[in-house]
Design a protein. Structure first.
Ligand SMILES: NC(=O)c1ccc[n+]([C@@H]2O[C@H](COP(=O)([O-])OP(=O)(O)OC[C@H]3O[C@@H](n4cnc5c(N)ncnc54)[C@H](OP(=O)(O)O)[C@@H]3O)[C@@H](O)[C@H]2O)c1
Length: 356
């Protein structure tokens, strides 16, 4: 059977994901890449045409087919048909649309090996972040994966590396507190720019915001019931990268040198002497895959400090779409080839940087 990966949505995540899958199709063991776009627009024609040039095939609803054709884009499949014939569907829609798609389409497509949705779709399936909880994936059983949000990737990677990496007990973490300073919108987006910092409510009575709540659920898949995670979020008037400030309290005495040694052993974490999001973002533009590095966090290590042997403080930057791209690709390849997915993913190794 052909391995077909179908991406739903061509936004900030769907567009680069479709391009990446096309680019590394052979190495990843994919035979065909298809993508769904609902709306025919002149402004989006260039991106659709380029994805078609790169080998992807377009799907849309039957009501939109003639609209695409009038604009010179030829759909190959109807929305439902593209889902049914796929091996794996990666939903890249926001605001509950992925959950609605699960209800309307995915739950009926019994021939598809699995479905993946992104950060906003809480409840879609087993929470997943590449490198954090791969060991919990059960072939033939886990058909719905929920790739956690970009900041959740970041704070989970920080917890995993600084408080519970191999050699340290998983229960070394006493508590963790995060402030997610989010960029206002993506450079690809016109809407939602914030003219000044905006602070967010603590909507979750236990965890503060969804970031710590989702990290809690992610670690739960590993059998850890961290109740003492807390996060706050604010939006900054920047379009570059999210910045995270963390405070971890650990059980066993630690030191900056010890933490840096742990970080250096984990290729999903990068260190940097740079102190601004625009410098880190700019590095990605020049050295990443179409501008993206795939590290889950970039730590300006000069900001790292340990107080009284147990309290770790620092800042880090979130390469937001790189996180989601990596886990989406890893999840999709795992669903198609659980035995060999680790080997196949090595083709992306070049986009992990020990130093930014
Ligand atoms: N932006 C980031 O940096 C980032 C980082 C990590 C995770 N995420 C997560 O990734 C997901 C997508 O976010 P995004 O920023 O990529 O969104 P986006 O830029 O707004 O793009 C959303 C896309 O989804 C399509 N869409 C919307 N509703 C749909 C529906 N009901 N059925 C089919 N297609 C639909 C739109 O397609 P049409 O053009 O066809 O209308 C659009 O292309 C969210 O869960 C978000 O939390 C985003």
């Amino acid at each position: 059977m052909a391995n077909i990966v179908h991406v739903v949505g061509t936004g900030t995540i769907g567009e680069p994901l479709t391009g990446l899958l096309c680019h590394f199709k052979d190495e990843l063991g994919i035979d065909e890449v298809t993508f769904n776009k609902r709306t025919p627009l002149y402004t989006d024609r260039s991106k659709v045409q380029d994805l078609l040039r790169r080998g992807a095939k377009l799907a849309t609803g039957s009501d939109a087919t003639s609209g695409f054709e009038k604009l010179g884009m030829k759909p190959a499949y109807e929305t439902g048909e593209a889902i049914e014939r796929a091996s794996v569907v990666i939903d890249c829609t926001p605001s509950g649309a992925g959950l609605a798609n699960k209800e309307e389409f995915y739950s009926k497509a019994s021939g598809v090996k699995g479905f993946i949705a992104q950060g906003s779709e809480f409840g879609f399936g087993k929470m997943y972040a590449r490198g954090i909880n791969d060991s919990t994936l059960v072939a033939g059983e886990d058909r719905y994966l929920h790739v956690v949000s970009c900041n959740t990737h970041n704070l989970a990677a920080i917890i995993q590396t600084m408080a519970c990496e191999e050699g340290r007990a998983m229960d070394n973490l006493v508590s963790a507190d995060f402030v997610c300073m989010r960029r206002a919108n993506d450079v690809s987006q016109d809407d939602g720019y914030a003219p000044s910092p905006q602070v967010g409510r603590h909507k979750d009575g236990v965890f503060g915001t969804h970031h710590a709540r989702d990290a809690h659920h992610l670690f739960q898949t590993l059998g850890k019931d961290y109740q003492n995670l807390f996060s706050s979020a604010c939006k900054l008037n920047s379009q570059y990268m999210h910045t995270l400030r963390f405070h971890l309290r650990v059980e066993k005495p630690t030191s900056v040198e010890g933490i840096l040694a742990q970080v250096r052993e984990n290729d999903r974490l990068a260190l940097t002497f740079k102190k601004s999001a625009n410098q880190v973002f700019s590095f990605g533009r020049d050295h990443g895959f179409f501008g993206r590095i795939l590290n889950q966090t970039v730590i300006p290590h000069e900001t790292l400090t340990v107080v009284g042997d147990h309290d770790i403080y620092g800042f880090c930057f979130t390469p937001q779409d790189g996180n989601s791209l990596l886990s989406s690709v890893a999840g999709a390849i795992w669903l198609m080839d659980p035995e060999n997915y680790e080997d196949r993913l090595q083709v992306l190794g070049r986009y992990f940087f020990p130093e930014v």
